[in-house]
Design a protein around this ligand. Structure first.
Ligand SMILES: [Zn+2]
Length: 366
């Protein structure tokens, strides 16, 4: 059940990032158009034979890709495109999710996002008109670090909830946003999930003994490649981000939460990066604050920020920090979790230290 909780939290954070796109564009809420989903759509459990977040079960990339194609055939809220080939020759898929009306005008919204990002030749008045007409483009990836399986598995569950949800919040997100769901490392997901699931006895499943790097040549350092684009996956991602879609929010999931916590969410610690436009960083702080606010409101403690983790906005090498240098709001979260019932002691409860027990600005709800 712990794993389900962490996956649910990761999914909740993804949904929040989408909701936060409205203030990022300065838009106010409008009427929610009634756009009921074309139902039924296949659930992850029906597709995989197990639910996302179930103990001792991981879906590999082939299962995910097949399921996304099934959803695409069933839903009018979603299109699946290939961003290009991976190192091992798989199609790296991106699911474009929005309301059916928005999907019918996708080219126009993509052009608006490009113009607002590039700004050349635009007057202030023209930019405001485009912002009013356009939709917030929100990138959400998963699986960049293949052994961080909460980040990988949440991607499909979040996608499923967006194509099947009928509640007002989901419908509003679909009306106001174009969400780009991207698997950041298909080859690594295939390797890790297959290695994990090879044992028939669930309790024996693990991926600590993985026999080779999960991204060719670079392994875990695939997130240091975004300033030089050596890997095919990085080339695909950078092209879609900065030449094709220009998202206002780039949300990059990870799973290395500080010990004794549940999830790290921006704002980041000092030193402050004065090379970036301050509006980008105050925008990032706003998105992060709203995410943590929502978790606390839902009775989910354990979120931390600022000096509780070593992350800053200085390294322009990673997927999310590179986005800041393109004036996108690059969000990282680091959650804890594992695909097993008995989480590590550090995951079950905060260590008994005064620092962990005391509420602070960096940890409002211990
Ligand atoms: Zn990571």
């Amino acid at each position: 059940m712990r794993q389900q909780h962490f996956v649910a939290t990761a999914i909740g954070l993804s949904l929040l990032a989408q909701g936060m796109a409205f203030p990022a564009l300065g838009q106010t809420s409008g009427a929610v158009a009634a756009t009921p989903a074309r139902l039924p759509v296949t659930t992850p459990k029906a597709a995989y034979g197990f639910g996302i977040g179930d103990n001792y079960h991981l879906a590999n990339y082939s299962q995910m890709a097949s399921y996304w194609r099934t959803l695409e055939s069933q839903s009018d809220r979603m299109r699946v495109v290939s961003m290009g080939k991976t190192t091992e020759g798989r199609d790296q898929l991106m699911a474009i999710v929005s309301s059916p009306d928005n999907l019918a005008n996708l080219d126009r919204y993509q052009e608006i996002a490009r113009q607002l990002s590039q700004v050349e030749g635009l007057t202030d008045a023209q930019a405001r008109e485009l912002a009013a007409e356009g939709k917030a483009v929100v990138w959400i990836d998963g699986g960049l670090h293949s052994t961080e399986q909460v980040s990988t598995q949440q991607l499909t569950q979040t996608l499923y909830e967006m194509v099947s949800g009928q509640d007002p919040e989901t419908l509003k997100i679909l009306d106001d946003c174009i969400i780009l769901f991207v698997h950041a490392n298909p080859d690594g997901n295939e390797l890790v999930a297959d290695w994990y699931m090879r044992n028939q006895k669930p309790e024996d499943r693990e991926y600590e003994s993985l026999p080779r790097l999960y991204n060719w040549y670079v392994g875990h350092d695939n997130n240091r490649d975004f300033f030089m684009s050596n890997m095919k996956e990085t080339v695909n991602i950078n092209r879609v981000l900065y030449r094709e879609w220009f998202p206002q929010i780039v949300y990059n999931h990870h799973q290395s939460g500080p010990a004794g916590t549940v999830v790290f969410i921006p704002p980041h610690r000092n030193p402050y990066n004065y090379n970036l436009n301050p509006l980008v960083l105050t925008g990032l702080d706003s998105v992060g604050a709203r995410m943590l606010d929502r978790l606390i409101a839902e009775g989910k403690p354990g979120g931390v920020r600022r000096e509780y983790a070593p992350y800053t906005n200085w390294a322009g090498t990673t997927l999310r920090s590179n986005a800041l240098f393109h004036n996108s709001i690059g969000v990282i979260t680091e959650i804890i979790g594992a695909p097993r019932a008995a989480a590590r002691a550090s995951e079950r409860s905060p260590p008994a230290s005064p620092r962990s027990r005391a509420a602070s600005g960096a940890r409002p709800a211990p």
